[in-house]
Design a protein around this ligand. Structure first.
Ligand SMILES: [Zn+2]
Ligand SMILES: [Zn+2]
Length: 325
């Protein structure tokens, strides 16, 4: 049973008039009553509500009889969901009565050394309204927002225009989902809710609770510290791989080393240092969470050149003839 005014009456058309006639009446009345054109706002809202009602009913009726509209919400939702290329979302864990949302933040060695505030990837903070899908289920079919309920678009102009079936509703004009209003379809919350503050020297596995607007929830963020291709962490000690040429290893040298967080160190390599030697710079490792610093270890690798030809071959042959046993 219809509640409120009869939409056909509001539009001044006979009950049971077709969609075309209703749209035509709406356009005519909207021009006259649009508030921007000096019309009455209440009257305009009434005719807008009336045409919306008729569009929904037409869409629902055509959806119910349309052969493509199979599987209902699940089908349409899954397809739209896939077409939106949503990344797979992390599991949410229920703990006691409260929902606990677990997230991970990935820090570089320098960031972990310094500590401070870091922003969680906003995409990693799921919207509780739609569980990250960006869409919510409606109680019944509604006009497809993609095509306004028409089931198709017209692309191009004049005789070259082409009618294209709407992908969002499989051409039925109706859908049983709507864009989530809590996140405006993004599936994730505002990034400003994802600021995580960690202590200096933080290491993988450290976890912390963060402010989260998702109501009955705890957002727990676990830190993951990544090594880079030349540096790795063991506890509070930092290991750096350093490759030097054979003559530097033989003659000895001073090598500048990039330490943590922009710190620069000068490493003295003694003459005759073999490959694999580990040199220690005390107190130059990663900050300890309880104060002080770990040590920095430089692991040397001596590069042996290819001396199979050219001047290098001659030089090595000379060395061999003079000093080889
Ligand atoms: Zn559509
Ligand atoms: Zn949402």
């Amino acid at each position: 049973m219809l509640r409120g005014p009869d939409p056909f009456e509001v539009l001044g058309i006979s009950n049971g008039a077709g969609r075309e006639e209703a749209e035509e009446a709406f356009r005519r009345l909207a021009k006259r009553h649009h508030p921007d054109a000096g019309g009455d706002r209440n009257r305009f809202e009434a005719i807008s509500a009336a045409i919306d009602h008729i569009r929904r009913n037409v869409a629902a009726a055509s959806a119910a009889s349309h052969p493509n509209f199979q599987g209902g919400f699940e089908h349409a939702f899954t397809r739209v969901f896939e077409s939106m290329h949503r990344a797979s979302r992390r599991q949410e864990h229920v703990r006691a009565e409260r929902l606990r949302v677990d997230r991970e933040i990935n820090l570089s060695l320098d960031e972990a050394h310094r500590g401070g505030s870091f922003r969680l990837d906003p995409k990693a903070i799921l919207c509780s309204g739609c569980k990250g899908h960006g869409l919510v289920e409606c109680s019944g079919p509604v006009a497809c927002p993609g095509c306004g309920g028409a089931g198709a678009y017209r692309q191009g102009k004049g005789i070259v225009s082409v009618q294209t079936s709407c992908q969002d509703c499989s051409g039925t004009g109706a859908v049983t989902w709507a864009q989530c209003s809590a996140c405006e379809g993004r599936g994730a919350l505002d990034g400003r809710y994802g600021l995580v503050t960690v202590p200096r020297g933080v290491d993988t596995g450290f976890s912390i609770s963060c402010p989260y607007r998702g109501g009955n929830r705890d957002l727990r963020v676990t830190v993951f510290v990544r090594n880079d291709h030349l540096r790795s962490r063991r506890g509070d000690d930092l290991f750096v791989d350093l490759t030097i040429p054979i003559w530097d290893a033989a003659l000895g040298c001073d090598v500048p080393i990039a330490g943590l967080a922009g710190e620069s160190l000068n490493l003295k390599i003694a003459a005759g240092t073999p490959s694999g030697k580990c040199l220690k710079a005390k107190g130059k490792g990663i900050n300890r969470m309880d104060g002080g610093r770990g040590d920095l270890f430089v692991v040397l690798k001596v590069e042996i050149p290819d001396a199979s030809s050219g001047p290098l071959q001659k030089a090595f042959r000379d060395l061999k003839s003079r000093f080889g046993s």
